[in-house]
Write a protein that binds this ligand. Structure first.
Ligand code: FAD
Length: 378
């Protein structure tokens, strides 16, 4: 029997393997991954200082142990270069591999800004443990960090680094933090608490040039300001990895397009995790990925099941000002309303049909998470 082949050893790939093994211990399972296959918690990359962890301490289970526990044939450091759906085969540097069903769990790439300057290529981004190890190495002996982007990952790193004693400057073209996730009132809640921790904000502008300057860097902003920094981290977002699927003739849009059953536009290929656009939505967060992995495991084990996502609020790991948000879609029609404003903010999103379809809680109001989930129209 040709195996079920999973490409990718992140949360999506390994959670699927684990959930599948709970239902089926007989079908051969192969996992092929470009990295070293160690299982780690990616969200911990942006609060590792607060947890007192060095990069290697973030590994929960080494690759070989994962393979043994899950009964999988694991190929590490093996980037898949092509998929041939008509032959049910993938290409790897070790030769072709046949599959019965194929699951793409290949994640997303950090979006790179087009920057000028002789050090533009030295700007770092962190989207996996290897990136994080490089970032930590770069931070050794340094004290000043510039972060490009005040989104979820930029704010989390700003909080973690400032809490560890670094001078942090965050640059973002928006007028407040978390602009794509929160309404402006809620985003503004983060400004003061993080500033008290030592974060300097530069809103309404962007970085244009990064030049080498002694042992560090000189950043020129669009508004003409010059910033000196010893390390530059770009955190302007992620883009689902779609190239492999596209080259194989599969439908792609923002991500690899799947139906509610996680099936791509070929009946033996599925997609899951940061790379997938499931029924029109990309959900690059832990809880929806784990939920979808459980559902896909059932389908692959012979019980075809559609995924239905319950409310899954996202917690932003900024302890200086905690945030919990049930995001609303980019094109959602309606408006945000403040319900309470004491020791934080409680806001709800009311859609055109007067239903509550999203919420945001900041500060101490985050304790109302369970009660807010009950208010949501499902
Ligand atoms: P990945 O973990 O990126 O895995 C992709 C895998 O595919 C890798 O093993 C890679 O090597 C492999 N691969 C790619 N291309 C190929 C190829 N051609 N051939 C073979 N293998 C390939 N979410 C939350 O819900 N809460 C949080 O607090 C949170 N914090 C975060 C903090 C940071 C710093 C980051 C970066 C993300 C955070 N997220 C958080 C998001 C969450 O961690 C991700 O959505 C999730 O880990 C993505 O898992 P994945 O398996 O889809 O992708």
């Amino acid at each position: 029997m040709d195996p079920i082949v999973i490409i990718g050893s992140g949360l999506a790939g390994f959670t699927l393997a684990r959930e599948f093994r709970k239902l089926d211990t007989a079908t051969p399972l192969a996992l092929v991954t470009a990295d070293n296959g160690d299982f780690y918690s990616k969200p911990m990359l942006s609060n590792a200082f607060a947890q007192g962890k060095a990069p290697q301490q973030l590994v929960n289970t080494p690759a070989a142990r994962m393979a043994e526990q899950l009964g999988i044939a694991l190929a590490t450091h093996t980037p898949v270069t092509a998929i041939r759906p008509e032959k049910r085969e993938i290409d790897t540097p070790d030769g072709p591999l046949r599959y019965g069903n194929l699951v793409l769990a290949i994640g997303a790439d950090p979006i790179r800004l087009t920057l000028d300057g002789d050090a533009a290529a030295e700007v770092l981004s962190v989207n996996d443990l290897a990136d994080y190890a490089t970032f930590r190495q770069n931070l050794e002996g340094k004290s000043k960090v510039a972060i490009i982007g005040a989104g979820l990952i930029g704010c989390e790193f700003a909080n973690d680094l400032a809490g560890a004693g670094f001078s942090v400057t965050v640059v973002d073209p928006s007028p407040q933090p978390l602009a794509s996730l929160l309404p402006p009132e809620a985003g503004r809640e983060l400004v003061e608490p993080l500033a008290r921790l030592g974060v300097e904000w530069r809103f309404g502008t962007s970085v244009e040039t990064v030049d080498r300057q002694g042992d560090g860097y000189r950043l020129t902003l669009k508004n003409g300001e010059i910033l000196d920094s010893e390390c530059v981290l770009s955190a302007i977002g992620l883009r689902p990895r779609t190239a492999l699927a596209k080259e194989a003739g599969l439908a792609t849009n923002r991500g690899i397009v799947t139906d509610k059953r996680l099936r791509a536009s070929d009946s033996h290929i599925y997609a899951l995790g940061d790379c997938a656009e499931i029924d029109g939505q990309v959900r690059p967060y832990v809880l929806p990925i784990m939920h979808a992995a459980r559902v896909l495991a059932r389908t692959l084990a012979g019980d075809p099941t559609d995924v239905v996502f319950p409310p899954m609020p996202v917690a932003v790991k900024t302890p200086a000002c905690p945030v919990v948000v049930q995001p609303v879609g980019r094109d959602a029609v309606g408006q945000w309303q403040v319900l309470e404003q004491a020791d934080g903010l409680k806001m709800v999103f009311i859609d055109g049909g007067q239903r509550i379809t999203g919420f945001v809680l900041t500060g101490q109001q985050t304790s109302a998470r369970a009660e807010m989930i009950k208010l949501l129209a499902v």
